[in-house]
Write a new protein. Structure first.
Length: 243
């Protein structure tokens, strides 16, 4: 299994904290976000990591090479990080995905047991969902069907119809990724849709009833987890205890 970590963005909403530091290297209770993520993923025997970087990428590369020299690492540069989004960063990994993957955004503070629950879920394709009604318009939300099958995913989903928030950690099969990359390639190469969240392409896979690819939600609401987007989020994160 491979791990894909998307860490290209400039995180402007976290300024001035990110004026000289990429978001994933911000310290939270003694360890930065990236260090915590690597430890959490590698705890389950995953040692091949693909990074998509952009903003102050040399700091990320140097940190990884210094602190995790034994891991198998590949770095991809998203030089257009200021004008594209995470769908573009994910598309850039298309020639490197050879196995099932764990996909993560790099700005998540989370309990490592979330990774274990995805891996042991029994689903080939699944995403970690915080089942809650405490939601807002900015969160990636999901509508679920039977057996927690994902029917709809996106920010635009009404809060009252949502089962919870997709927290930005997914497990996908290599077969799923082949279909996803076909969709991303069409959007990016032919339609020039580069500034989009990757969940929009997840939705296309879900809508294709003939693909055989379904996505299921795994309830991780028992575990601590939060995405850090703003200075307020960062301050709140300092008081959260994460295992």
């Amino acid at each position: 299994m491979q791990a894909v970590i998307l860490a290209a963005g400039a995180s402007k909403r976290l300024r001035p904290l990110t004026d000289n530091t990429p978001k994933c290297l911000l310290d939270v209770r003694g360890k930065n976000l990236l260090h915590r993520t690597i430890e959490n993923v590698s705890a389950y025997g995953i040692n091949e990591f693909i990074f998509v970087t952009g903003y102050r990428e040399n700091m990320i590369r140097d940190y990884m090479n210094e602190n995790f020299p034994d891991l198998e690492m590949t770095f991809i540069t998203n030089s257009g990080y200021d004008t594209n989004n995470n769908s573009y960063s994910l598309w850039m990994t298309r020639d490197l995905i050879k196995d099932d993957i764990i996909l993560l955004d790099s700005d998540i503070l989370f309990d490592k047991k979330i990774i274990g629950k995805l891996i042991s879920s029994g689903h080939e394709n699944c995403l970690a969902v915080n089942f809650t009604d405490d939601l807002d318009e900015e969160q990636i939300k999901v509508i679920l069907g039977e057996n927690d099958k994902v029917l709809e995913i996106g920010k635009e989903i009404p809060v009252e119809k949502s089962a919870g928030e997709s927290i930005g950690i997914e497990k996908f099969s290599s077969y799923f990724m082949k279909e996803l990359f076909i969709i991303l390639d069409r959007k990016i190469s032919k339609e020039n849709i580069v500034n989009e969240f990757y969940e929009a392409s997840f939705q296309e896979v879900i809508n294709n009833k003939n693909s055989g690819n379904s996505i299921f939600a795994v309830d991780v609401s028992e575990f601590s987890c939060m995405e850090i987007d703003t200075v307020g989020d960062y301050e709140k994160a300092q008081s959260i205890i994460i295992n």
